[in-house]
Design a protein around this ligand. Sequence first.
Ligand code: HAM
Length: 418
Amino acid sequence: MQTIRGFRDILPEHISLWQKVEKEAFALFESFGFKEIRIPVLEKTELFARSIGETTDIVEKEMYTFPDSKGNGLTLRPEATASIARSYIQHKMYAADPVRKFYMTGPMFRRERPQKGRYRQFYQIDVEVFGVESAYADVELIFLLNDLFKRLGLTGLSAHINSLGCPECRPAFQKALLDFLGERKDLLCENCARRIQKNPLRILDCKTASCQKALEGAPATINHLCPACDDHFTIVRTTLEKQGVEFIVDKSLVRGLDYYTRTAWEIKTTTLGAQSAVAGGGRYDGLVKELGGPATPAIGFAIGFDRLVEVMEQLEIESIKPTLDLFIVALGDQAMEKAYQWSCELNQQGVRTEVDFRGKSLKSLMKRANKLNANHVLIAGEDELNKNQLILRNMNTKDQTFIAIDNLVPELMTILKK
Ligand code: HAM
């Protein structure tokens, strides 16, 4: 049996970079006041259709959707923002305190064509802020993301930012875009020709060569912002500049989801070929209301966890090497029984200890201790048990000492500085 296409196992030998990222990211988020939220993997299809948008690629062709036994449409989440907004509304979180800051990590599902950096089950680290309209919330998130990548040792990244306007300025922009595309309709791909009336902004995100050609010289959202959106974007840009966070204003950035308003951004890498976005986010001030909650501004981002780890591997960023404090070499039945008990006791005291119960020889057990990166090895053979003294070998210095069995655990704790 094999995994299905686009799905993969992440094996223990590859997990340490994932854990390093989680540790660093969660500590940083907690320090900025974010709280972890866990949301279901399966939701009603309608939630994603209404939030991500009926005419987006994700909803039109990439969702894993199936009916349950009653015929209700269910979908494996393709992203986390919609679910977190649903949760914010469902639990009336806004009533006690409208300002809520969340983070989560977990698998997402999109039926895209698999390739390096693109999977059908992939992982995101997602961050969302509800209830803050100020542009400082936007800057804070971009700063946070930038800082996290810096802490992880990432290089070769660039932040692309844009403003997509709001319901106030969007209609005038859409009209300008439709007017512009009027004479170029023949160049549009089949998909875009169909979407043009319903959702003209989607065309800006189309990667086909003919649509790209049609878009040459097209109007940009940032040239059609209303004064409030313009002020908002000015604060974002000037604050980032003051902080020394590098960015590129990218007029062509529109993102693949419909809920965005005002600031939108992507962090791109040069290391992953075509799949260059390692993270993406933006403001979505209309979504909570659209889903039936009170009008609430919101903003967030998601990191593509698989891609982030791939970039780190390419940059040869060190992961935390798993080590063991103590490996007990138990030779013979009597030693095995004792070793089992010591190991349980030591692990309870926080000493990472392992015993091999297969009854192997001293030579093969010493090899295993090396393989497990054990810092110390405790040798318990028949002879040592009879003499009431075990050998403790420091695997780094190769020094050996004797330890009396009677006081074994406390003495080991002192030596191993636990
Ligand atoms: P997104 O741009 O669709 O945004 O996804 C965020 C990141 O997830 C991408 O930049 C990419 O690194 C990663 N990603 C997306 N699809 C795949 C895939 N098939 N395989 C591997 N990685 C992938 C969102 O999902 C929004 N919910 C972000 C957000 C949060 N906006 C506001 N709050």
